[in-house]
Design a protein around this ligand. Structure first.
Ligand SMILES: *Cc1c(COP(=O)(O)O)cnc(C)c1O
Length: 394
């Protein structure tokens, strides 16, 4: 049978495939839950009433639309025209709110009352707990014991928001183990529970659903850029990539334009640069593995980019050449973090500082002078300030 490549960033092919990537690699017991979710999301997303409620919460609660800011001082310095899509200005401070609001609304629509989430650094856990509080859902967040110790403040935030935080001690006691534990809980509780995955990964329909819920970032930015650029699209659209949701949402708005799409990974993660094709967390994608097929740990200064894989649609967009994936290292990321703070008065999260670091490095090289460059500023840096202070002092 020949695979039908899906239209770029449209609905996935049969079984949730993006070329050879994606799919649904789950235990028998989870197949009905994934099928139900696929059907429910498809019908909700086609329902103007559902979309209206989603848009209303994003507008009145989360603060959308977020602006696109032209960075005059940074642009002059780099010899580029740099525009930032300001997801840092949303409620809870990152693009993650777009996804959790959609999935929490879907939970209620399915008649379920309990929301599960996994979290690494705690950002998705806080976002999920926020959406659950807003809609009156019970919320349980799985978090690796190691991450819990590193991110005690975020765990406290989740509890303040009414969520129960469960410590995971299996494996390396980090994000990938928290995902496994959340999947295990879901198998046992699927009647009452929705699993709210935090990025464009996992079994079908998650990579598609989360991309659609993040598409608002790219759709808004496209219109805003056209206004700023006299009807033109940016030459480059750049976003950082952990699992890949802020990049997917951004790219979805520009995939049918002439803009070059660039995803920036942490050099110590780099599933696109150093990963191999494999199956993990219910999907086929590119991931960091050793020669025995064991999933390796990813390392970066930003916990949000510490995922050892990448969403399957990015693996696909890379394989067909529509998007490029590049890397940024810790030192240049710290430099970019400081540069944006000083030149524009915006302290970025360390994750999007990766996207910025690549632009700074390539200005006047790969990025010709005078290029229009849109960068998605996926979140604000408040959460990272203490860590950066330690790194600069140490
Ligand atoms: C979680 C997070 C990321 C990484 O997640 P993606 O799914 O790759 O977008 C990036 N930036 C910020 C601010 C985050 O909180």
């Amino acid at each position: 049978m020949t695979a039908h490549p899906p239209g770029l960033m449209g609905p996935p092919g049969r079984g949730g495939r993006f070329g050879e990537f994606g799919g649904r690699f789950v235990p028998e017991s989870l197949v009905p839950a994934c099928q139900e979710l696929e059907e429910e999301f498809a019908s909700a997303w086609a329902d103007e009433g559902f979309r209206g409620r989603y848009r209303a919460i994003l507008a009145d609660y989360a603060g959308r639309p977020t602006p696109v800011t032209e960075c005059h001082r940074l642009s002059e310095r780099l010899g580029l025209r740099v525009l930032l899509k300001r997801e840092d200005l949303t409620h809870t401070g990152s693009h993650k709110i777009n996804n959790v609001v959609g999935q929490a609304l879907l939970t209620a629509r399915m008649g379920k009352s309990r929301l599960l989430a996994e979290t690494g650094a705690g950002q998705h856990g806080v976002a999920a707990a926020t959406a659950a509080a807003l809609l009156g859902l019970e919320c349980v967040v799985y978090m690796g014991e190691v991450d819990l110790r590193r991110q005690a403040l975020n765990a406290f935030r989740m509890r303040l928001l009414g969520a129960e935080v469960r410590s995971v001690t299996s494996g390396s006691a980090t994000l990938k183990d928290a995902i496994n534990e959340a999947l295990r809980d879901w198998v046992a509780t699927v009647e009452t529970t929705h699993y709210c995955l935090g990025s464009v990964m996992g079994p079908h329909p998650y990579p598609w659903m989360v991309r659609e819920l993040q598409r608002v970032v790219g759709d808004e930015a496209r219109e805003q850029c056209r206004r700023l650029l006299g009807g033109a699209d940016p030459d480059y659209v750049v976003a950082c990539v952990g699992g890949g949701s802020n990049a997917a949402g951004t790219f979805a708005g520009f995939v049918d334009t002439g803009a070059a799409l660039v995803g920036v990974e942490a050099a110590g993660g780099a599933a696109m640069a150093r990963g191999v094709s494999g199956v993990v967390h219910g999907m086929r994608s590119r991931l960091l593995q050793d020669e025995h097929g064991q999933v390796l740990e990813a390392h970066s200064i930003s916990a949000g980019l510490d995922y050892p894989g990448i969403g399957p649609e990015h693996a696909y967009l890379g394989s067909v050449g529509r998007a490029r994936y590049v890397q940024a290292g810790d030192d240049e990321v710290l430099e970019a973090f400081r540069l944006l703070s000083r030149t524009e008065g915006i302290i970025p999260a360390l994750e999007p500082a990766h996207a910025l670091a690549w632009v700074v490095r390539e200005a006047g090289r790969e990025l010709p002078r005078g290029s229009n460059v849109l960068i998605t500023l996926s979140g604000r840096g408040d959460k990272d300030v203490a860590q950066v202070m330690d790194m600069l002092d140490g």
